[in-house]
Write a protein that binds this ligand. Sequence first.
Ligand SMILES: [Zn+2]
Ligand SMILES: [Zn+2]
Length: 649
Amino acid sequence: MIKITFPDQSVREYESGVTGLDIAKNISNSLAREVVAVSVNGEIRDATRPIDSDATVVLHKFDSAEGKHAFWHSSAHLMAEALEALYPGIKFGIGPAIENGFYYDVDPGAGVVIAEPDLPRIEEKMVELSRKNSEYKREEIGKKEVLHFFRDKGDEYKLELIDELEDGTITIYKQGNFTDLCRGPHLPDTSYIKAIKLLSVAGAYWRGDEKRRQLTRIYGITFPKKQMLDDYLLMLEQAKARDHRKLGKELELFVFSQKVGQGLPLWLPKGAQLRERLESFLKKIQVKYGYLPVITPHIGQKELYVTSGHYEKYGKDSFQPIHTPEEGEKFLLKPMNCPHHCEIYKSKPRSYKDLPVRYAEFGTVYRYEQSGELHGLTRVRGFTQDDAHLFCRPDQIKEEFIKVIDIIYTVFKAFDFQDFTAQVSLRDPANKEKYIGTDENWERAEKAIIEATREKGMVTTVVKGEAAFYGPKLDFMVKDALGRKWQLGTIQVDYNLPDRFELEYVGSDDQKHRPVMIHRAPFGSLERFVAVLIEHTAGKFPLWLTPDQVVVLPISEKYHDYAEKVLKFLNNYDIRTLIDTRNEKIGKKIRDNELKRIPYLLIVGEKEESEGAVAVRRQGEGDKGAMKLEQFRDFITVEVRKQLEYLEK
Ligand SMILES: [Zn+2]
Ligand SMILES: [Zn+2]
């Protein structure tokens, strides 16, 4: 008999050789149907693999990350089996599970093309094969034997992968007529895969090397239930409709110009004004928290980045230096604001009583990204960080973290991100030499961050080994309205730059000490934040932020003068108002302006004019009845004020 310990610390005895699936069955049949993989002493394995000594066991269902991984990885094998049946002689590269689904890189052979119209046929074959309930059978065999198998098969890509493996036993998995080199784990059998959708086809160089052959990458996703696939496809469709690149253009927020350059967004008037509102929103909060504004140039001498270490780390893979014509100077486009801020800190002597010093700047930085990696506002080559650097004493870290967390909370609340998580990234205690800074400082900072999150009552995951080499950090992930996760907001401790720039303060002991630096950006960058906000709200920004708050719609030309009067009246009170004097039917005007996501539509005709009133419609909600002009002004002012109320607290 062996002892199996469960996550709740309960222990049960089983016969040696029991499988995860047996254990699940022993608990309940319904659980057994859902278990797709198990962790045995932290190692993730097939649910059908025997366990032959005492162990800690976690049963994974599809809803866990581990479960999804096994499920989608097995689905890649199933797709490969289908491909081999349909395209005899097809060769296989790699076929991993990814965040949403899986892909396989394949070489269909000379003259054979697999394109999107072929996907339904492959899907059909997968469905047919999944119904055969083929077991995923694990086998351990010698390297020689594996090489022999794939040489016979003529799978040159697999041979290359096997060649790089160490001698000894290698695992392969077989299901139906398909055999793959693989570490696993996999589902018990193919019948678990109930709903299948192949999504797209792309080109991918073998091993990401553009000098090597381009393979065909086929993306797909699968689920244990059809409803789950339907929900996922609906979400994809909604995501497409909310795509910030599409909405950004429709709402006239920003554009890109090939002539200006890829990855360099051009903000249009409505977008620029929206950005200004975001900036003043954050500035207002930052003033309350004792931040001081600074402004630094867009370039800096190469030496600055040699000192900061950025040149050594990123220099050759980034924008190359700018040379002056006569004096032989070299400048770099600013990839980060921190080095400039360090020099500001250094511009005068500091005492322990001056700390913390908090410098804030909406600083535009430039980072080279390969053109293929660029994506709307989320991956760009020039962007503006809502940056700040806090220079503090080691004993102030916790308090500063709490304050930054408060700011981030305020931001999330203002933009209605209700669902978020946070991750504390610590150093790997087994690899201390990888990190800069003393043991004492690290322990102190890590403790301070954990305590700060506890005091704020935050639910966090703590991950060892994920810290930057220069310090521990706290990152926030928000879930948007479609349930997608985005990283927003980061707070990082840094021991490296104060060292490299030899920053100092005079302590109460009259000795020189090194301050700790904290980098923080609640939005991350304005570009990325606006992108996330567009997709989260589908372009329906909060009233206080939205570009146009009100549009006046005269029923006919006769009422243009009155509409102008309404417009002027509201603009006088800083209510952002437009007028639609197009010679169109009122129904069309309403539809068009609702599409522009303008929150309030004011319809004016004879009755309204005679009463000094407006007929109010709220976008997406419909008729709100008639209001006197002053009454509407108060109504909308109260709504805006309410949205920004907590800023005043
Ligand atoms: Zn596999
Ligand atoms: Zn920084």
